[in-house]
Write a protein that binds this ligand. Structure first.
Ligand code: PEP
Ligand code: MG
Length: 592
C-alpha cells in the first residue's frame, strides 16, 4: 500500500531506494557489503559467533548454583532456544545471501523484522520476549566484534552490480553516529526525531544526500525493504509509490542531477556581484578530510571547522594535543594557503561526546543541556583540555593561515579568560621551541546577549561569526532539535533579522571581519537578504557553495541594500523580501 509520511526537509534532492530500518541503539553497527565470493565465509562468521554465545550461555546454565532462582535457568533456556531458532540465524543468513550485508548488519536487520513480529503478538508473555531477543542479539554482536572480521575489505554494491540504493530509516541518529555515515552505503536518511538545524540534520546536509527528519513515526510505519522516495525539498517520504509516481520522481532526480552538474561549472568563477563586490564563500567542515570537498567546491577558506567531531566516538577518551595538531595541520594543508577557522570544541546540548541520541538526552537528568555546560563554558571548566586544544591550534598555524573561533560567548569575562590563556599558551609554545604565527581571535554570535553587547566584545576580538542556528534557538526559545516546535523555528522572525543586521553593521563599523556560518548562510533563499545587510563573508557546507554563488553572481548589493529597510520594517518580512528583493535582484542568469 502506498502512503506518505511528512517531516522536515533538511537536505535537498530526491533519493529513491529500499528502506533499511536500523534501531537507534544499533546505528553504530558496521554496515558494509561483502563480495559475492565471501558470502559463505560471512555466514560462517555469523554462525561461529552464534555458537560461541550458545557455548557461553550453556556453560552459565550448567554452572548455576543449586540455590539459584528457577527463573534464571528458564531465562537462559529461552535465550538458547532463540539462538537455535531458524528465524534467527537462518533469517540473518538470508540477508547476507540476498543483500550481501555483513554479519552485524544482517543480524540487526533480522532483529528489526523479528521485533516487529513480537510487537504484534497478542499474548503479553510472548510480546515481552522481544527484550530477550534484543539481549541475545547484543551478545552475538559482541561476539562478532571480538572475533576477527572476514579479512576482506568492504565492497560497494556497485562492485557486483544490481543492488538497489539503500535509505536509512531510524527513530533517531546521534551526531556521533551520523559522522560515521559520511562514507556510508546509504543514499538518504529518514528519522522520527529532529529539527532543521539539529546537528544530525547538519551532518546529513554536509553529506549532500537527501534527508527528512522529524517525521515522528516513519520508523514505525515503514517496513524493512519497502520502496521509498525521499523528497528532501518538500520534506516528504513516499512509501511504496505507484509506478507513475516513481517515474515522476526519477525524472525530478535526473533534473536535479543536471542542475547540480550545471552549477558545478561555477567552481572556478570568482564570487563577485554585478556591482563588483567580492564575496568570500567559505566552507563548514567536520573533519580534516572534508577540506578536499571544500576546495573542489570552490571554497575560498574554511569558515567553521567544528572541531568537536574529533572528540566524538572515543569512549570517553579525549584526543591528545599531538593528535589534534595533526588533524588541524591536515585541514590547513588541504586548504592550500586559504584561511582555516577552527572553532574550539562545542560539545553539549544535542552534541554529546558519546553516541547519545536526542531522545536519550531528553531522558537524561541534565535539566536543560542547551543552556547548561556547553561549548566555551565546558572548555573553561576543563582548562587543561582547553589549553591542549589551543596549543594544537597554534601549532597548526605554522603551516598556513589559522583563525581561532570561540563558540557560545556571552560574557566579557569569558573573552578575557581566553585572551589570558592564549597568551600563556603562546609562551609555553615559545619555551618548548614550537613554531606558530599570529592567530586571529573571533567569537561566535549565538546568544542574544552577545549580539546586543557586540560593540564591547569587538574591542577584544579580530572578527565575529554569526551562528544563526543557535541565535535563533536562544532568541526564540525554540529547541533546535525538537520537531514539536520546529514550526516556530523561524529565521524570518523580525527579532532575528534585527540581531543579524545589527551584528553585521556593528562589526563593519568597528572595521572587524564578520561572517555568518549558521545554516542561513548556505540557504540560497537568504543570500540576497544577507547581502543587503552588508554581509560579505558566508560559510556553509561545500555542497551549498555553487547555488549560493549563483545568487551572488546575479546580485546587485546597492539595489538590495536600498530595499532592506522595507523588509526590516515589515510585519511579515518574508513576504516583503520575496517581492522587494526579487525586484532589486540584478540582471539575467549567468549560468546557462
Ligand atoms: C550555529 O549555531 O549557527 C553554528 C554554526 O554552530 P552549530 O550549528 O555547530 O551549533
Ligand atoms: Mg552553534
Amino acid at each position: 500500500m502506498s502512503f506518505q509520511v511528512f517531516g522536515i526537509a533538511v537536505s535537498r534532492g530526491v533519493a529513491i531506494g529500499r528502506a533499511v530500518l536500523v534501531a537507534s541503539s544499533r546505528v553504530d553497527v558496521a554496515h558494509y557489503f561483502v563480495a559475492p565470493d565471501q558470502i559463505q565465509a560471512e555466514i560462517d562468521r555469523l554462525l561461529r559467533a552464534r555458537d560461541a554465545v550458545v557455548q557461553e550461555l550453556a556453560t552459565l546454565r550448567d554452572e548455576l548454583p543449586g540455590d539459584a532462582p528457577h527463573e534464571l535457568a528458564a531465562l537462559l533456556d529461552v535465550h538458547l532456544m532463540l539462538l537455535h531458532d531458524e528465524a534467527f540465524t537462518g533469517g540473518a543468513s538470508q540477508w547476507i545471501v540476498d543483500r550481501h550485508y555483513n554479519a552485524e548488519w544482517a543480524l540487526s536487520a533480522q532483529l528489526e523484522v523479528l521485533a516487529r513480529q513480537f510487537d504484534e503478538m497478542e499474548d503479553d508473555y510472548l510480546r515481552e520476549r522481544k527484550a530477550d531477543l534484543e539481549q541475545v542479539v547484543e551478545r552475538v554482536l559482541r561476539a562478532l566484534t571480538h572475533a576477527q572480521g572476514n579479512g576482506q575489505p568492504p565492497v560497494s554494491p556497485r562492485d557486483f552490480g544490481g543492488e538497489d540504493p539503500l535509505l536509512l530509516v531510524a527513530a533517531d541518529i546521534a551526531p556521533a553516529d551520523m559522522i560515521q555515515f559520511k562514507r556510508s552505503v546509504f543514499r538518504g536518511f529518514i528519522t522520527d526525531i529532529g529539527g532543521k538545524t539539529s546537528h544530525t540534520a547538519i551532518v546529513a546536509r554536509s553529506m549532500d544526500i537527501p534527508a527528512v527528519v522529524g517525521t515522528r513515526e516513519a520508523s514505525r510505519l515503514i517496513m524493512q525493504d519497502d520502496w521509498v522516495i525521499i523528497d528532501g525539498d518538500a520534506g516528504t517520504v513516499i512509501v511504496n509509490p505507484s509506478p507513475i509516481v516513481l517515474e515522476e520522481y526519477r525524472f525530478r532526480q535526473r533534473q536535479s542531477e543536471l542542475e547540480r552538474a550545471r552549477l558545478a561549472r561555477l567552481r572556478h568563477t570568482p564570487a563577485v556581484t554585478l556591482d563588483g563586490e567580492h564575496i568570500e564563500l567559505h566552507a563548514n567542515i567536520e573533519m580534516p578530510a572534508d577540506g578536499e570537498a571544500a576546495v573542489a567546491a570552490g571554497a575560498t577558506g574554511v569558515g567553521l571547522f567544528r572541531s568537536e567531531f574529533l572528540f566524538m566516538n572515543r569512549d570517553g577518551e579525549l584526543p591528545s594535543e599531538d593528535e589534534q595538531f595533526l588533524a588541524y595541520k591536515a585541514a590547513v594543508e588541504a586548504m592550500k594557503g586559504m584561511p582555516v577557522t577552527i572553532r574550539t570544541v562545542d560539545v553539549g546540548a544535542d552534541k554529546p561526546l558519546d553516541r547519545l541520541t536526542v531522545n536519550e538526552l531528553r531522558h537524561e537528568h541534565v535539566l536543560n543541556p542547551a543552556m547548561g555546560l556547553r561549548a566555551i563554558r565546558w572548555s573553561l571548566a576543563e582548562p587543561s583540555m582547553f589549553r591542549q586544544q589551543l596549543r594544537a591550534i597554534y601549532r597548526a598555524s605554522a603551516f598556513g593561515k589559522v583563525r581561532l573561533l570561540i563558540p557560545m560567548v556571552a560574557h566579557l569575562s569569558e573573552v578575557r579568560q581566553i585572551l589570558e590563556m592564549t597568551r600563556k599558551v603562546q609562551q609555553q609554545l615559545t619555551d618548548a621551541g614550537h613554531a606558530f604565527t599570529r592567530v586571529e581571535l573571533g567569537v561566535m554570535i549565538e546568544i542574544p546577549a552577545a549580539a546586543i553587547m557586540l560593540p564591547l566584545l569587538l574591542r577584544y576580538v579580530d572578527f565575529v561569526s554569526i551562528g544563526t542556528n543557535d541565535l535563533i534557538q536562544y532568541t526564540l526559545a525554540i529547541d533546535r532539535a525538537d520537531e514539536a516546535v520546529a514550526h516556530l523555528y523561524d529565521p524570518w522572525h523580525p527579532a532575528i533579522l534585527q540581531l543579524i543586521h545589527q551584528s553585521i553593521l556593528q562589526s563593519r563599523l568597528a572595521g572587524k571581519g564578520v561572517s555568518v556560518c549558521g545554516e542561513m548562510a548556505g540557504d540560497p533563499d537568504f543570500t540576497e537578504l544577507l547581502l543587503a545587510m552588508g554581509l560579505r563573508n558566508f560559510s556553509m557546507h561545500p555542497s551549498q557553495i555553487p547555488a549560493v554563488k549563483q545568487r551572488v553572481l546575479r546580485a546587485d548589493t546597492q539595489r538590495l541594500a536600498a530595499v532592506l529597510p522595507r523588509v526590516l520594517e515589515a510585519d511579515d518580512p518574508q513576504t516583503v523580501a520575496d517581492r522587494e528583493l526579487a525586484i532589486a535582484r540584478g540582471g539575467a542568469a549567468i549560468v546557462h
